[in-house]
Structure formats: C-alpha cells, structure tokens
Design a protein around this ligand. Sequence first.
Ligand code: AMP
Ligand code: GLY
Length: 429
Amino acid sequence: MKILVIGSGGREHALAWKLKKSPRAERIFCAPGNAGTAEIGENVAIPVSDLAALASFARENRIDLTVVGPDDPLAGGIVDLFVTQGLRVFGPSKTAARIESSKICAKELMRKQRIPTAQAGTFERSDDALRFCDQLGFPIVIKADGLALGKGVIIAPDLESARSAIDEMMNQGRFGEAGRRVVVEEFLRGTECSLHALVDGKNYRLLESARDHKRAFDGDVGPNTGGMGAFSPANNWNNKLQSQFEEKIMRPVLHGLLAEGITFRGLLYPGLMITDDGVRVLEFNCRFGDPETQAILPRMKSDLLPLLEATIGGKIGDYSIEWDQRPAVTVVLASGGYPNKYEKAKIISGLDEAAKLESVQIFHAGTSRVRDETVTAGGRVLAVTALGSTVEAARERAYDAVSRIHFENCHYRRDIALTAVTDNIEKLP
Ligand code: AMP
Ligand code: GLY
C-alpha cells in the first residue's frame, strides 16, 4: 500500500513511523513532512493548505490511503474533496470537523445531549458577552468560536481583562472571522486529560489516555504553547472515570452527531477536565493530539493501518487494540523564545547517539535537511519519547536522550511527567 500523511509536525512523524511498521505499508509519503519523515519515506513539497494539489498528488501517485494530521485542512474540507475524487482518506468530513472548528457548534451539541461541560453562553455582540461575564463571575474563560492556532482561549481574571479580550476578538478582529462570535464559560478547576477515540460513525475504540504540558516553562508557568511534552497513561485517569466518560460523554456525543445526520469517521479527541464533580469536556478535537500522539503510538502494539481502515469502513467495533503496559514520556525540544519569536536554521547534533538508546524514539517536528545537516525549522523542533518499566524510568531515559541532543538556544521543560512520579493516584475522585 502507498500511504500519504499530511502535515509536518511530531504527530505526523509518529503517524508515519507507526504506519511504516505495518507489513502492508510499502511506501510512505509525507506532505510536506520534515527531516524525520524523510528518513522513513518520501517528502512531497505541497503545503497542507493546498488541498487541490494534495488531491492531485494522491490521484497521480495512486495513493491507497491518506491520513490527515492537522485540523486546518480538515476544517477546510480536505476529506470531502478526496472522497469526491474517489480517494480513501482518514479524517472527518468538513461538517463533522465542525465539532472542533466551531466551539459554538460543539457547545450546542453538548447542551442538547446533556454532556457535562462548563456552563456557557454564546455571543455575537460584545456587550451581551460582557454582561454575561459579570453575571457568571471571575475568573472566566473567553473562547473564539473558530480555529485560532491554539491561541483563541483567554482566561480573564477580572472584568477589565474580560473587556479587553472580548473587544480584541469581537470588535478589533484579532482572530479574524474566527473571533467574531465567542463562547464565554465558567472556569473549571481540576486536572486535564486527553482521550483519543477511533470513531467509525457508530462505534469507537479508545486509545490509551495521555496528558500534555501546555505551558512553556517548568511548574506550568509562562505562555501557552502547542504542547511541551506528554506522557501516557495519564496519572489522573482510572476505570471509574473511564466508565463515566464513556457513558456521559462518548455515547451521547456519537448519538448527538447521528441525530444531526452527521457521520463522524476519524479520530475524536476530547480534551477533559477532571473536577471534583467528575469529568467535564473542555473541547473536542477531530484529529490526533500533538504531542500526545508521540507518547501514545509507541505504546500501541497493534498494527495501526487496519485500525484506520476499519474506522473509515465503519468496522472499528470488530477490533481490539493491544497495548504495551510500559508508560511513555515525551519531552519536546523547542527553539528558545517559542511560542513567541525564535530563530531557525540552527544545526542539530547528537541525534544518532540519542536514537541508539534502548526504548527511545525521536520524532522530528520543526526540522529540515540542509546539505548534510539536520537544522531547526520551527518552534517545536523534536519530541523525544522513551518507554520504561515505570514512569520514573521512562523519564530518566527520555532526559538521558535529550541530554545528548544539542542546538543553539534549545529549550525544554525539566518537569515533564514529574506529576506522575510524585502524585498519588489514590486521591482521584
Ligand atoms: P481549549 O482549546 O478549549 O482546550 O482550551 C485550551 C486550554 O484552555 C485548555 O487546555 C485548558 O487548559 C484551558 N481551558 C479551556 N476551557 C477552560 C475552562 N472552562 N476552565 C478552565 N480552563 C479552561
Ligand atoms: N495537545 C493539544 C492538542 O493537540 O490540541
């Protein structure tokens, strides 16, 4: 089989790496890919935004399966385009992807199905939004309706900051059309957890739980990033929470989608907050998480390819997924300054030495090949994953690998998965 992975991050390298292990995978293409995907397949210089060129490439090269990594092409209708051209593709249709690309749609679905989530209002006028903030109290969460590169969520500690966030989004067009409408919601306290489900329209199979670290610096401070590291399984998850999640969230969301005539086929990733009152949905994503995927896939023993095919074919219910019981820890190496301004084109050394370590896998994110060197080409540069008999062992191994990799102004957090070593799981609700 010829497989095309769309995207260029650590998530896409992990997907390509895992798919390559399938006995049925012959050739892997990645558009546009990075220096890591070039080592396991062939990079194709088409940006993820050029949907027509991606479809032409898939047709001309007789690609048997395309796997879409990022949310933007999904929201732009890449799956619909591929399907009308007779191409097999993994991911939700444009309408199904609305569950991520419109927070208002997601909230409406949750309200109708009584899915536990933060109490919220949706607004088209800034004065109405502001009045609602005043009623609900502070801190309060203000979310742009549409996709805003992960920056569309503002936590406002008081009325003054709520006023300026709402004004920037709704009146000054900070996120363009994406911010013209907003969701204003209750601030939830608790710990976050990422769940991933392969959804075939009617049935689903859960992947192992994970947690990511969104803030730039140790101790969860500094600006929000795409994710500075992850670990799997999540230390704040257990069977009791999982039953509650399946009963109160997964089944109702699938029921709600079908009731609206929407067939969701792809990866549904609900971002959850575990509160004292149980599991609450923060958001729905319609694609694999980054960097969660880099921690989850190395633990998957089953072949990913038939699972993706079964998801597209409406047969995921016939499959079970086998897992390596060892925990995985993923540390992201970023360019100094990320998520704000940073420099590129720094030479990366030590990759081969780090990759030789046992149970270590290095996924590339923002990297490219220039002459004979691998150089930095993005904010998040690498994701280093290690498996270990305990989370402590996995951490040690991951940081051992990280210590062998060098590039100028490299920044990484030293406390990835530390909570899983120190926190007591017995304290869970
Ligand atoms: P989202 O894109 O909706 O996942 O929001 C991004 C991040 O904002 C989440 O991962 C949380 O850390 C935070 N967040 C979103 N909604 C809430 C909420 N209602 N209460 C507290 N934190 C939130
Ligand atoms: N890890 C957060 C995300 O992929 O949205």
